[in-house]
Design a protein around this ligand. Structure first.
Ligand code: HEM
Ligand code: FPP
Length: 332
């Protein structure tokens, strides 16, 4: 017998003896240390794997973006709720959150191959292979189904219809159009602006002025918001094959002009809404303050299209949201 098989044979015998000892120890209801030592890392590993999968699934919902879109629905819900009670509010929040998570994870599933080609997105759960495409699709479909079912059966059919429209427009209109036309941003903005209407529909006031006002505000707000991002990551988007305003605008002048135009429109909008009786004074004040800050950032972006000024513009758009939403919630 050569040395190797002998060693293997001895090792197998040792394992057999140890296994028998383990059996004896179990029968005597005593867990031997080395069994614990062998099992503990396995249990630890499966717990760590479950946590990693849960984290990856959560990341599929684009949590920060989802949080803010949910906030726009909550703002109009709060502004129009009239004795609906805490349970109704919680159920609405649950339905809206599931629908938002379903929509945003569907987009990641649809764009998994393109996301792999961009530096900004290549670490997302699907291109990073933290979750399989099948699980991601199942997760997205389940969240969307639960969200729409909850809104439809326990909140209001109109809110469910609007949530479904949001998911369909975002997933099946905006997402494929991103590779075909620069106007995809304007079309996609429709889905991003619908959540405030879901909020008013949830309280049974689908035509409440605050819903219309926030729908229009968020619709226009998305343009400077995204043009800032589109400019900053233009090379990344271009390489991946997206057709944005910025991917063919080599000196950035067009992007800056459109950004400034939309920012000025956003600044004027609350005044018009107030004039037509669609917005109250707190919203007018808050949106004008935040809009001035954003317009200033847009002017600076026109002067210098540096990475720093596009970042500043992006953060001005992010600041805009909580300020305007607070104004929308203040009763007047
Ligand atoms: C046409 C519509 C929209 C487009 C194309 C768009 C695109 C994006 C992109 C690409 C980012 C990531 C920026 C980065 O990686 O640095 C981002 C960030 C963000 N977006 Fe939007 N967005 C849109 C609409 C919205 C809407 C409707 C909201 C909320 C009401 C929103 C809220 C946010 C927030 C809070 C962030 C920062 C958090 C983060 O980086 O994840 N966006 N947006
Ligand atoms: C209640 C409910 C259903 C809410 C969902 C709201 C919703 C669909 C928001 C999405 C807004 C939007 C167009 C984001 C851009 O995604 P992108 O694909 O351009 O971003 P990416 O390049 O980072 O993937």
């Amino acid at each position: 017998m050569s040395k190797k098989p002998l060693e293997t044979w001895l090792a197998l015998n040792l394992m057999y003896i140890k296994a028998n000892q383990a059996d004896l120890a179990y029968n005597g209801s005593m867990k031997p240390d080395y069994v614990q030592q062998a099992v503990a890392p396995l249990a630890k590993r499966s717990a760590a794997e479950a946590t990693a999968t849960a984290r990856a699934l959560f990341a599929l919902t684009k949590p920060r973006l989802a949080f803010f879109t949910i906030l726009t629905a909550i703002a109009t819900y709060v502004a129009t709720a009239d004795g609906h009670g805490l349970l109704h509010a919680c159920v609405t929040l649950f339905g809206v959150s599931c629908s938002a998570g379903g929509a945003l994870s569907l987009n990641q599933w649809l764009e998994r191959k393109l996301d792999a080609r961009m530096e900004r997105t290549c670490q997302r759960p699907l291109p990073a292979r933290q979750v399989s495409p099948r699980s991601a699709l199942l997760f997205s479909a389940s969240l969307s189904f639960i969200g729409i079912l909850t809104l439809g059966t326990m909140v209001s059919p109109i809110s469910a219809f609007l949530a479904l429209t949001t998911i369909l427009v975002y997933g099946f209109v905006y997402t494929p159009l991103k590779r075909r036309t620069r106007w995809a941003t304007e079309i996609g903005a429709l889905s991003g602006a619908l959540p405030p209407l879901i909020g008013t529909a949830a309280t049974g006031n689908p035509t409440a002025p605050i819903g219309t006002s926030l729908f229009l505000i968020i619709l226009i707000w998305q343009m400077p918001h995204f043009y800032a991002i589109g400019w900053r990551y233009r090379a990344d988007y271009r390489n991946a094959g997206f057709r944005l305003l910025s991917t063919r605008d080599y000196d950035g002048r067009k992007t800056a002009r459109w950004t400034l135009g939309y920012s000025l429109a956003l600044l004027a909008l609350p005044i018009v809404l107030y004039g037509f009786g669609l917005a109250a004074l707190p919203l007018l004040i808050a949106a004008t303050l935040a809009g001035s800050d954003l317009t200033l950032a847009a002017f600076r972006f026109c002067r210098s299209k540096s990475e720093q000024s596009s970042k500043r513009l992006f953060f001005a758009t992010i600041r805009y949201l909580p300020i305007a939403l607070t104004g929308a919630c203040i009763p007047y």
